[in-house]
Design a protein around this ligand. Structure first.
Ligand SMILES: Nc1ncnc2c1ncn2[C@@H]1O[C@H](COP(=O)(O)OP(=O)(O)OP(=O)(O)O)[C@@H](O)[C@H]1O
Ligand SMILES: [Mg+2]
Length: 329
């Protein structure tokens, strides 16, 4: 920097400080302005603050009741688990939910409902993170890199905001050692390297156990028993055993299960014809169309059901409805 520049800079600095001292009210105005701006900014931009992150318990209850079809067990557990966790000021560990069920039964959908009712920005929140194993961790040769990246990522995000939510999709396709690398964050530690993970939420999604759940639902159907009578206890033990023993499931080899780090195994039942109809009606409504039962019936009839002879449960749940609808309008 040239001497003349330095001189000029000094002049500006001196005159500014003279001004600030001479005009104390101006000083005050600047301070108030900055404070106001910070306030406005925190309204406009998401921060890790109760204004942006707070459970809307009624909203969650209403959404689970009105938007999610055929999942009485999952709805009940999720509502209770999320409510208890979010109203506890001092949880002993993060909330860990493991959602199981066959395709298109609502596992991603319910994760979105949870996010929508905790974070003002829902799934778009900077504090909601989604990992899909085949997308984010595709090469088993890079496992060590993935492990350290994942750990750093979780640590960084929780340090930034304790009430972060992590959704791990396709958990059954995730390498067991990668699952094990997140284990410390799920445990009952007060703090790890100065960071507390106890206010975070971890949601694991997988198809593991889907067949067992479907078999139980089919047994009930065959016995003429009401689907709503299926209880968590009819499935929970089977489910944790399946997740533990199924050689295809990444969960089976990991130590998440034998360490009891999963708070709830949440079963998603296979969906029936009537639920598919509800999904079509909901989709029409979401598109601003008048729900048309005739359209819903025609579409629902074309969906593939299993077992082949009885056609009780939709093989893809409600998954393909969104794409198919336009052909039925
Ligand atoms: N139980 C349900 N109630 C209402 N809508 C549902 C339900 N299940 C699925 N849907 C609809 O179908 C779409 C696909 O479901 P979703 O992605 O949640 O399935 P999934 O269980 O995650 O399946 P996969 O195991 O294949 O990933 C959802 O976005 C939602 O519109
Ligand atoms: Mg899914």
């Amino acid at each position: 920097m040239k001497a003349t520049h330095l001189y000029l800079l000094l002049q500006v600095f001196l005159s500014a400080s003279v001004l600030v001292h001479t005009f104390a009210p101006l000083n005050l105005a600047v301070g108030v302005g900055a404070l106001l701006w910070r306030k406005i900014d925190s309204y406009l931009h998401e921060t890790c603050h109760p204004k942006w992150i707070a459970l809307d318990a009624t909203g969650l209850q209403v959404d689970l009741g009105n938007k999610m079809f055929g999942q009485h067990i999952a709805s009940r557990i999720i509502l209770q688990a999320v409510n208890e966790f979010m109203t506890n000021d001092n949880p002993k560990k993060p909330l860990v939910l493991s959602l199981h069920g066959s395709s298109g039964t609502g596992k991603n959908f319910v994760s979105q409902l949870i996010a929508d009712n905790i974070y003002k920005e829902g799934m778009d929140s900077n504090f909601v993170h989604m990992f899909t194993s085949t997308l984010h961790f595709p090469h088993s040769s890079h496992l060590d890199t993935y492990k350290s990246q994942l750990q750093q990522w979780i640590k960084g995000n929780v340090s930034n905001c304790a009430q972060s939510m992590f959704i791990f999709d396709e958990m059954d396709k995730m390498h067991p050692s990668l699952i094990d690398s997140i284990k410390p964050y799920l445990d009952y530690y007060h703090k790890l390297d100065g960071v507390s993970y106890r206010k975070a939420i971890f949601i694991f999604l997988s198809n593991a156990g889907g067949e067992i759940i479907a078999q139980t639902a089919l047994d009930f159907w065959k016995a003429g028993r009401d689907r709503e009578k299926i209880e968590l206890k009819d499935l929970e033990t089977l489910l944790s055993l399946e997740a533990f023993n199924n050689k295809k499931s990444g969960l089976s080899h990991s130590s998440l299960i034998d360490n009891n780090l999963v708070d709830f195994f949440v079963p998603f039942l296979p969906l029936e014809y009537r639920h598919v109809v509800q999904c079509v009606m909901a989709e029409m409504k979401a598109r601003g169309l008048r729900p048309d039962r005739g359209v819903a019936d025609r579409l629902a009839k074309d969906v593939v059901y299993f077992p082949k002879s009885e056609r009780v449960f939709s093989s893809q749940g409600c998954k393909t409805i969104e794409k198919k609808l336009k052909f039925y309008l």
